[in-house]
Design a protein. Structure first.
Length: 380
């Protein structure tokens, strides 16, 4: 078995579900231990850096014989939950696909980048430095990437998120906003005394639905499409026989390169202001919960150009998409790296089933990703 595929299988077999997403989940510690051991076997200098209790980043470094440019490979160990999956941590390979939670998102990319560093170590790195950064918590709020950039930097980075072996030079951002609508509690038989916060939240929802339609009618970004929003979580009421005195909504707005992180809160506050103007008894507030910016790098930057040349130079090419320029609809740690001054792109293997009950990665893509990263390092 190819050592890269063996590493991939070992990683998929480890439960590294993000404990912030799924309370009680084990987190990334066991995966970090396995990765640190693999890096040491490949002759990398390894640092284990605790970000939160039981949640370590792992950084492996390969130094060249002389100083030169530094290249970072970056990926995350955490996965989303496994509800509805029958056997999520038993890797199964069939028809060229390896199945299991995290196979595509993103243990395939991790196996490729770690193995690429090992191949470079075997050959001897003539100059420069390779930094292999494996971080926690990308699936929630990226505390791992935030911690990473406080201690490490590079001249360029490849984040090995799944891209079907295309080169993603941009991706969307997101913002989370909470809306609280106030009502007035009363016995259900006394409507004159009560104000229904849940029904009043319906006014907000109607306006948000209209806003989402309007946002998606706007001219799309060339690489990542349009923005969007959705109502994620809603709660309210205390009992069946009472008017609810409060209703709470948490929503997500996906943002485009060039849109400020304050976009979502501004849009929601404008809606609430208009509703107050229509009804003096309408009471509601909005607050920013969390956000991450969109990201974009020029396709003409040296990094995507050199990576495209690296992919084109490989002898085993199976699809025209390989090495093409694209954008990603999802958010990634590339934005954290870039905002810390590290130009970054996304490049990783294909597959299907991200966050679903059947996830797989295309095994041949993992090998092609590894070989492309080796060639990129040689060129840079």
């Amino acid at each position: 078995m190819d050592p890269t595929v063996r590493l991939l299988r070992d990683l998929v077999a480890i439960n590294s579900v993000n404990p912030t997403l799924v309370p009680g989940a084990p987190g990334e510690a066991a995966a970090a231990d396995a990765i640190a051991a693999a890096m040491r076997r490949l002759s990398l200098d390894v640092s284990i850096e605790l970000v939160a209790p039981g949640r370590p980043n792992v950084v492996g470094v390969l130094e060249g014989r002389v100083k030169g440019r530094s290249l970072m490979f970056c990926g995350h160990t955490d996965t989303v939950g496994v509800a509805g999956m029958s056997d999520p941590f038993t890797p199964v390979e069939r028809d060229g696909r390896l199945y299991g939670r995290g196979a595509q998102d993103m243990k395939g990319g991790l196996a490729a980048m770690i193995s690429a560093a090992g191949a470079l170590a075997d050959r001897g790195l003539p100059s420069g430095r390779i930094v292999v950064a494996v971080v926690v918590d990308e699936e929630h709020s990226s505390i791992g990437a935030d911690a990473l950039v406080k201690r490490w930097t590079a001249d360029a980075a490849v984040v090995t998120e799944p891209t079907e072996l295309a080169i993603a030079v941009g991706h969307k951002g997101f913002a989370w906003v909470e809306v609280a609508v106030e009502g007035k509690a009363a016995h259900g038989s006394r409507p004159a005394e009560g104000q229904d916060a849940i029904l009043r939240m319906g006014r907000v929802l109607a306006q948000l639905e209209a806003l989402d339609a309007e946002v998606q009618r706007r001219p799309p970004h060339a690489l990542v499409g349009t923005g969007s929003l959705h109502a994620s979580l809603i709660s309210g009421g205390r009992e069946l026989s009472s008017y609810p005195d409060r209703a709470t909504l948490q929503l997500e707005r996906r943002t485009l390169p060039g849109e400020p992180e304050t976009t979502a809160l501004t849009e929601v506050e404008q809606i609430l202001s208009a509703l107050r103007a229509q009804d003096s008894t309408f009471r509601a507030t909005a607050r920013h919960m969390f956000s991450r910016p969109a990201y974009e790098i020029s396709p003409e930057h040296d990094l995507p150009r050199q990576l495209a040349a690296a992919v084109a130079g490989l002898p085993r090419r199976s699809a025209a998409r390989e090495g093409g320029i694209t954008g990603a609809s999802f958010w990634t740690d590339a934005a954290v790296l870039a905002h810390a001054g590290i130009p970054s792109v996304l490049f990783g293997p294909g597959g299907a089933g991200l966050h679903s009950t059947e996830e797989y990665v295309t095994v041949s893509d993992v090998i092609l990703c590894r070989d492309s990263l080796v060639e990129l390092a040689r060129r840079l």
